[in-house]
Design a protein around this ligand. Structure first.
Ligand code: HEC
Length: 194
């Protein structure tokens, strides 16, 4: 990349000095070549900047459920029970809904004008026997990640006992049939009353 600026500089200097890049070249052709050279240089610089951002700072990283901590849940969900809880009272068990047990819904960030922002995580814990969080369902908003389904990535985790790690029970296709029905509320059923 260091070679780009000296190259551009010499092209410009020669062009200015000679009134054309090569003797006999017309001015319109010279300026077209200069424009092309500048565009290429900008593309090279842009490319370098993007790759530096994503590798060294992670600023442009796409949010993901794929990095998990030792509990088996996504790293992004760490500490979710301390987040804003949407439901004031536990949501009672409903035989019609596959998410069993008594449930609580937490959000990493509030919705804005009826839609959750990029990177928002909605976490629902459901009790299984004595374990208040035996079943954990999550929805992660990834802008342009899943446009047909509100740009949410769905995944559900289960653990057999409180001291065991979670494993994935189901995801995406298994969830759309119901959650598509909540399209008017950004695919989220639970209203904030907490
Ligand atoms: C048969 C319908 C149905 C299916 C299938 C379904 N859900 Fe849900 N989901 C609901 C309902 C209804 C709620 C509202 C809270 C409740 O009653 O559990 C809900 C709530 C949630 C919530 C809390 C946010 C909200 O919408 O209220 C998350 C997160 C969630 N579901 C994730 C999932 C995931 C992940 C899957 C697939 C593995 C899935 N759901 C499959 C019906 C469904």
């Amino acid at each position: 990349m260091e070679k780009v600026w000296p190259f551009l500089y010499s092209v410009c200097r020669n062009a200015l000095a000679a009134g054309g890049i090569l003797p006999g070249m017309t001015r319109p052709l010279t300026s077209a070549l200069l424009t092309a050279a500048i565009l290429i240089a900008l593309m090279v610089l842009g490319g370098c900047r993007d790759s530096a951002d994503s590798t060294s700072t992670g600023l442009d990283a796409v949010p993901t459920l794929d990095r998990v901590d030792p509990s088996g849940l996504p790293e992004l969900a760490a500490g979710y029970t301390g987040w804003r809880q949407l439901n004031a009272e536990p949501i009672a068990d409903d035989p019609e809904v596959p998410h069993g047990g008594r449930k609580d819904v937490f959000v990493s960030v509030d919705e804005e004008d009826g839609a959750y922002p990029d990177g928002a995580l909605v976490v629902k814990r459901g009790s299984q026997g004595d374990d208040p969080a035996g079943l954990v369902s999550v929805m992660l908003k990834v802008v342009n990640g899943n446009p047909q389904h509100g740009d949410w990535i769905f995944r559900e985790y289960v653990r057999p006992r409180p001291d065991a790690a979670y494993t994935v029970l189901a995801e995406n296709e298994a969830c759309w049939s119901c959650h598509d029905g909540a399209g008017d509320t950004d695919w989220v059923f639970t209203k904030a009353d907490g």
